[in-house]
Design a protein around this ligand. Structure first.
Ligand code: 1HN
Length: 343
């Protein structure tokens, strides 16, 4: 392979003239942006252990009242992307959000898409365009781009959830902005959209064209996902037990940017996920085990932990328990990769 010219090889005077005209030579950086065969990846394999993060999140509850936070969140920043860039993967933002009993996170809407995955606590609900959505452990609550949302907590203990947004992508596109709103009138019944779509293959008979391509179902309860995976396990003794969360009317991914899924590991099982282009996020809902990326060190995880792994790798997940299944929710950039033709 030919070695390309470096910056230092160019006369200082010439480099100065380039800089004056906002020009840079490509060839010294050509291989950095276009490496052979495998892309460079900044996403590090990491586990944000919930037991370690939780005390700091609760401390934030004492240090910063809701009025001074708008959203009380500790961002899970992948150091490979720089701690200040709010990237867990190239286009996925992750944060752990805390709401204390009686608090409300005020109404707003914004361009980035968001999903909440409930980690701990009960008694909270998110109101999305007038529909209050109950938040139970492991549930996915959608707030697609442009929809009003506010969070209220009427329970006793703290409530914590994992926010998953396509913020890094939308921000990079110079498209990230928000609008503040008045508290919402809760004009729709609680979990109305989940009631409408709660039976797979059966959809409400609505006689109008949807104005939005976003999924019409806003709450995906964990109890349904879990029993689907457990039932699949009854039917086959081997093979991946994996589901995708989709728009129940179109089968499309929940967002054009981020795809969501869930996995079940049988007792004592180790699975190997096929090598794919996209980085991946794992959130452990139940159980404990190990994650290994290519030949790297094993990373231990337990329920409520959140992990990241870079793309172009083989990912192995194992369940430590010989008696109980383990369950993980996944998020990745596959829809975007497919759209761009790089998947
Ligand atoms: C946001 O709107 C929420 O609504 C959480 O709960 C985290 C991170 C960045 C930008 C907007 C929420 C967010 C966010």
């Amino acid at each position: 392979m030919q070695s390309l010219g470096t910056l230092e090889e160019l006369p200082k005077e010439y480099r100065g003239k380039l800089t004056d005209l906002n020009l840079v030579p490509l060839w010294p950086s050509m291989r950095a942006v276009l490496p052979y065969s495998v892309p460079s990846r900044k996403t590090q394999t990491l586990n944000w252990n919930y037991d370690s993060v939780r005390p700091l999140l609760l401390e934030a509850g004492e240090l910063t009242p809701m009025e001074r936070a708008e959203r009380r969140v500790l961002v899970l920043a992948n150091p490979g992307h720089g701690l200040t860039n709010m990237q867990a993967t190239p286009s996925i933002y992750l944060g752990l959000q805390l709401i204390l009993p009686g608090e409300t996170a005020p109404n707003h809407r914004h361009t980035p898409n968001a999903v909440r995955i409930i980690v701990e606590g009960e008694g909270a609900y998110t109101t999305v365009d007038g529909e209050p959505c109950r938040m139970d452990r492991g549930d996915l609550i959608l707030t697609p781009s442009g929809k009003w949302h506010e969070h209220c907590h009427e329970g006793d203990g703290p409530i914590v959830w994992l926010d998953v947004l396509d913020l890094p992508l939308i921000y990079q596109l110079e498209g990230s902005w928000a609008i503040e709103g008045q508290p919402q009138q809760k004009k729709l019944n609680r979990d109305k959209s989940f009631a409408e779509y709660s039976a797979a293959g059966v959809v409400p008979n609505i006689n109008f064209e949807r104005a939005s391509a976003a999924s019409p179902m806003l709450r995906y309860p964990w109890s349904k996902t879990r029993s689907c995976l457990a039932e699949m396990a009854e039917h086959y003794a081997e093979g991946l037990l994996r589901i995708s969360y989709v728009n129940p009317e179109t089968g499309a991914s929940l967002f054009p940017s981020i795809g969501f899924g869930a996995l079940m590991l049988r007792p004592g099982e180790t699975i190997s996920l096929p090598r794919r282009t996209t980085a991946c996020v794992f959130h452990a809902v139940e159980g404990a085990g190990q994650l290994q990326v290519d030949d790297g060190d094993e990373v231990s995880w337990q329920a409520r932990d959140t992990l990241t792994a870079p793309g172009y790798t083989e990912i192995r997940l194992s369940n430590d328990s010989k008696t109980d299944p383990a369950f993980l929710i996944t998020a990745d950039e596959a829809p975007l990769h497919r759209y761009l033709g790089i998947f």
